[in-house]
Design a binder for this molecule. Sequence first.
Ligand code: MG
Ligand code: ZN
Length: 353
Amino acid sequence: KKKMKKSIIILFNLFISCNIFSQNTSQTNIILMIGDGMGLTHISAGMYSLNNNTALESFPFVGLVKTHSHNALVTDSAASGTAFACGEKTLNGTIGINPQNKKIKSILKHSKEKGYKTGIIATSTIVHATPASFYANVLSRNQYEDIALQLSQSDVDFFIGGGRDYFTRRKDKRNLIEEMSSHEFVYSLKKFTESKSNKIGFLTSLGDPVPINQGRKPKLSNAVEEVLSKLSSNQEPFFLVVEGSQIDWGGHKNDINYVISEFKDFDEAIKSAINFSSKNKNTLVIVTSDHETGGLAITGGKIKRFQIKTKFNTIGHSATMVPIFSYGPNSELFSGVYDNTEIFDKMLSTINN
Ligand code: MG
Ligand code: ZN
């Protein structure tokens, strides 16, 4: 009988310690997904081309975001990236510095201070304006080598994107890959998966990664799945940024097939994120864009097989609002019509509670 009492006490203690354990993990993970240049028409064009389906249909909350920058109605990716990454509107071309010339702290850095693990995945170079907005503070988005140096000093746990040359073929002759001894560097997604390191960099190309329809590897969905499996392998919550970077580049080229193929790659990655969040309920998934590119319109087509006819109005960006979709805890915060800076505020309130 005494033995039984003892084992009941042990069981009870185990139960209590398990509860404390789960409290630690009740912090909300955030997966923020950005389709660069992805306006509502890009989504519509992609959706029709995917036989009238998109992963975005599973999101319960939708909103609209005002994208203008501090000094321009039509923003660029640096100012808009800074707005949702750091919470302030700034000048076009500037990353992580406000119009008063003050460095501002990104949501990724805030999350790190809260004990979050962090990850960044982009289908452009990792030093391009959108990903850079989460770890760099530079007056010009073109300071790629400075941005690479700031990434090497930022302690982002996992990152996947192009631009190895900015780390190893530099004017200052430094080799940032060697300097980042905290990280293991790998050169394939297979090696990334096999690595036992808790900090990994995967620089996928020397310069800009090629478009997905020219064979870019890895697929964004596969990269997302592997990074999510690393980020969720311990008890800490995580903040992950995923960018479908080249939807914008298709828009600049006024090339609808480029836009659609990049949207498809991004849509599959959204599916992977939703799949993860449906199994890990403490995960908020947000999908949005930094601005629209190309002034795209669907002007005709055929209902049979959802064939579309499209027209671009500019080779630049436009000032139209962009949609935002949310899924998981706190997703209701993201419905409505608001400024891109509020995306930062809503994410900050999520990691603070
Ligand atoms: Mg971008
Ligand atoms: Zn652009």
